[in-house]
Design a protein around this ligand. Structure first.
Ligand SMILES: NC(=O)c1ccc[n+]([C@@H]2O[C@H](COP(=O)([O-])OP(=O)(O)OC[C@H]3O[C@@H](n4cnc5c(N)ncnc54)[C@H](OP(=O)(O)O)[C@@H]3O)[C@@H](O)[C@H]2O)c1
Length: 348
């Protein structure tokens, strides 16, 4: 009989050696009794300090280790009702980046007494409201100039129409662009952030509304002169504009399909069966590339200096964003395709 078989037949006490060793048999190793209790949960203590003054704003006792930053924000909100979760920025470092709502307490580099820093992001407004305001503005403002409502041009031109067909075409293209953007905001984009600071809306609206008014004033002006190369230039411009609008829409659909509804997932975008998305092989943010193309087309069509200026400013802004997004892709995904540039293939 081997030792194991003997162990199974001996009374428990004898197996554990409590009766002493039986003669001629090896002494069985002393066993620890099996743990029946669950592993004790280690709760966290969380203190939240003001990122500027370092004053203690809140102390949370017995926080579950698997609590998320989103949940901590809700707890903080209870003691400070003026700071609802969307306007809170919670950081590990007073000057560092905001933590994500889905970050889990026990996975953060903090001890069981965690210190976080809070910054007030200011009053928030939903992204959808922001986009609708930003895009409905240019649409309506442009139309006011197109219909030559009173107090814009000399009274004799009130509610008159331009004799140049390019002016009507430009109005159709401009309106199409902003209606498309409004519809995409409502039905295509799956945003990861619900809100943005209210103050941004003033900045963004000044930009979009101001440029729309400036461009529309000149294009619809009674003394406007059509492009020098006439119909040929307008036709080419229209092709460029429409091509880029379809391209931009295709990229928005491809980005939408990367993110399951209700999630905040970010994935590497790749070309799909739609040829307009093949530009993903060379560019990280092709929606911006196509956006630039659309405005270049519109500049060529109207041959209007304010439009060229709007295109340039938009290009600079989108380049800054595209570079940031490109850097984030490289940081986030090790296998990110190295051939891609942020906005212009091989150039920028
Ligand atoms: N003319 C101009 O001056 C100008 C300037 C800027 C934009 N625009 C136009 O407005 C459009 C939208 O601008 P945007 O800055 O919001 O574009 P964006 O940052 O590229 O985002 C478009 C949508 O796709 C999502 N998305 C982006 N990358 C993703 C990824 N890797 N995985 C999953 N989802 C992803 C975004 O979600 P998130 O919420 O997570 O970002 C957002 O819902 C542009 O394409 C352009 O047509 C025009």
């Amino acid at each position: 009989m081997d030792t194991l078989a003997l162990e199974a037949t001996l009374p428990k006490k004898a197996q554990n050696g409590a009766m002493g060793a039986l003669p001629g048999l090896p002494v069985p190793a002393k066993r620890k009794p099996a743990k029946k209790t669950k592993k004790a949960v280690v709760f966290f203590e969380v203190e939240i300090l003001d990122a500027k003054t370092k004053d203690k704003l809140c102390f949370l006792d017995k926080v579950e280790p698997n609590a998320t930053i989103g949940e901590i924000k809700s707890m903080f909100h209870k003691s400070h009702p003026q700071w609802y979760p969307a306007r809170q920025s919670i950081r590990l470092d007073p000057k560092g980046k905001s933590l994500k709502d889905e970050d889990v307490l026990q996975h953060l580099p903090v001890g069981t007494t965690a210190t976080f820093y809070f910054r007030d992001l200011g009053a928030q407004i939903s992204w959808v409201t922001v986009f609708l305001t930003e895009y409905a503005g240019p649409l309506l403002i442009y139309l006011m100039f197109y219909f030559r409502v009173p107090f814009i041009y000399a009274p004799k031109y009130d509610f008159t129409t331009s004799k140049h067909w390019v002016v009507h075409l430009a109005c159709m293209c401009h309106s199409f662009h902003y209606v498309k953007r409004l519809l995409e905001t409502l039905f295509v984009h799956r945003f990861s952030h619900g809100t943005m600071p209210l103050r941004n809306i003033f900045k963004n609206c000044t930009y979009y509304w101001g440029f729309a008014a400036w461009m529309a004033y000149y294009i619809n002006h009674p003394l406007y002169t059509p492009p020098i190369y006439g119909e040929q230039q307008i036709r080419l411009a229209l092709i460029v504009f429409l091509f880029c609008q379809i391209g931009n829409f295709s990229i928005h659909i491809a980005l939408r399909n990367l993110r399951p509804p209700g999630s905040k997932t970010r994935k590497i975008p790749y070309p799909t069966k739609n040829p307009f998305t093949w530009i993903f092989l060379l560019v990280s943010c092709p929606n911006y590339t196509y956006e630039l193309g659309s405005w270049l087309g519109f500049t060529l069509m109207t041959q209007c200096l304010p439009v060229a200026f709007f295109t340039l400013v938009g290009f600079i802004q989108m380049t800054v964003w595209a570079k940031g997004k490109h850097r984030s892709y490289l940081k986030e995904f090790r296998d990110y395709p190295t051939l891609r540039s942020p906005i212009l293939p091989f150039v920028l």
